[in-house]
Write a protein that binds this ligand. Structure first.
Ligand SMILES: Cc1cc2nc3c(=O)[nH]c(=O)nc-3n(C[C@H](O)[C@H](O)[C@H](O)COP(=O)(O)O)c2cc1C
Length: 337
């Protein structure tokens, strides 16, 4: 397998987006249009991940799979209990049982990695931390390109030490979860542009710039600063092929939500979302508590169904660039850069 980054016709990586938006159809459409399609393994069983990979691999070899690395900062049980208490009134209003903290789960990390070694894919990217030296070596030995994530210079230096094939540098504008190595960390405010400029000086390694790309001009600036490609999430959320919930799509396109906030209220990990009633109401109670908080808020989010005020409306600061369109049209924004 050749490094899929070197085979890009358009310098765009479709961000893996766990929780529904990433679909096999989205990854295939992006790959066919000339970008790199990514599947999100997060929150799925190994079998579900494998089934999605089969669907994509039949159609393209320009794709990768993203894994959540096991959380390195354990949640504090007392903080989880306090957050559960804060959720109770909301649960009562929604008519669902008051959530209690569950056990830590590692998102089937080892089984997913074993599968990816047994049935290799062109690229594997990691978020929320770094894989072990052994994990990297196993993927490399089967010809898979390894892509790591970093949100600041220290994380970038740690990523470089693993000799990856590329690093996604994620700036503060990014939608969805910040990729910080450890949930306890307060993510730095450094912009994607500044992060690219500062890490470019340290290495010739392929850099993928993620965060806040609202259109062609933002991408051109990041490439000018030394990025080899941009990783775009939010703009793909309103592509037809994405599995984004209807209420989330409407909120991104509707103009009623004016700003984004970085919040731990949905999952216990810092993530950028459209500010809504849920983010406002629980802001004062938020705690580091990933992944337990994700599972505690899941029934409340499910009960909110079509009400955008009760959902995690992940969005980067560039969400005003979202259009109701096809994935190929989003890729086309970056053609020729
Ligand atoms: C809905 C959504 C889900 C995301 N899920 C993941 C994920 O599963 N894995 C990951 O590495 N990054 C995830 N991200 C972050 C993206 O990889 C990327 O850093 C971000 O989308 C870039 O910023 P932008 O949204 O402003 O384009 C997600 C982003 C969004 C918007």
């Amino acid at each position: 397998m050749s490094n899929p980054l070197s085979a890009l016709q358009v310098p765009v990586v479709q961000a893996p987006m766990a929780g529904g938006p990433s679909t096999a159809a989205l990854a295939v459409a992006v790959a066919r249009a000339g970008g790199l399609g990514m599947l999100a393994a997060g929150y799925k069983t190994t079998e579900a991940m494998a089934a999605e990979i089969r669907k994509v691999a039949e159609r393209t070899d320009r794709f990768g799979v993203n894994l959540f690395t096991p959380e390195q900062d354990p949640s504090d049980p007392a903080q989880l209990d306090a957050f559960a208490d804060a959720l109770a009134p909301l649960a009562a209003e929604l008519g669902v049982p008051a959530p209690r903290p569950g056990e830590y789960t590692d998102d089937h990390y080892a089984a997913k990695l074993d599968h990816l070694v047994a049935q290799p894919v062109p690229a594997v990217s990691f978020t929320f931390g770094l894989p072990s030296v052994d994990d990297v070596a196993r993927l490399r030995s089967v010809g898979t390109a390894v892509i790591l994530n970093a949100t600041d210079e220290a994380e970038f230096t740690a990523a470089l030490a693993l000799d990856p094939d590329a690093v996604v540098v994620q700036g503060a504008e990014a939608g969805g979860h910040r990729a910080t190595h450890g949930q306890a960390k307060t993510p730095q405010e450094i912009s994607t542009a500044d992060l690219v400029s500062s890490v470019r000086e340290q290495t010739a390694l392929p850099l993928i710039a993620a965060g806040g790309v609202s259109g062609r001009d933002d991408a051109a600036d990041l490439l000018e600063r030394g990025a080899d490609a941009v990783q775009v999430g939010t703009l793909f959320l309103t592509a037809q092929e994405a599995g984004t919930k209807p209420a989330h799509r409407r909120a991104l396109l509707g103009g009623e939500h004016e700003e984004t906030v970085v919040t731990r209220v949905f999952s216990g990990r810092a993530a950028r979302a459209l500010r809504n009633r849920f983010t406002d109401r629980l802001a004062a109670a938020q705690v580091p508590g990933y992944p337990q908080v994700h599972y505690m808020t899941a029934p409340l989010r499910a009960a909110s169904a079509d009400d955008p005020e009760g959902l995690n409306l992940w969005a980067g600061t560039g969400f005003a660039g979202c259009r109701e369109t096809t994935a190929a049209n989003v890729v086309d924004l970056f053609r020729g850069l």
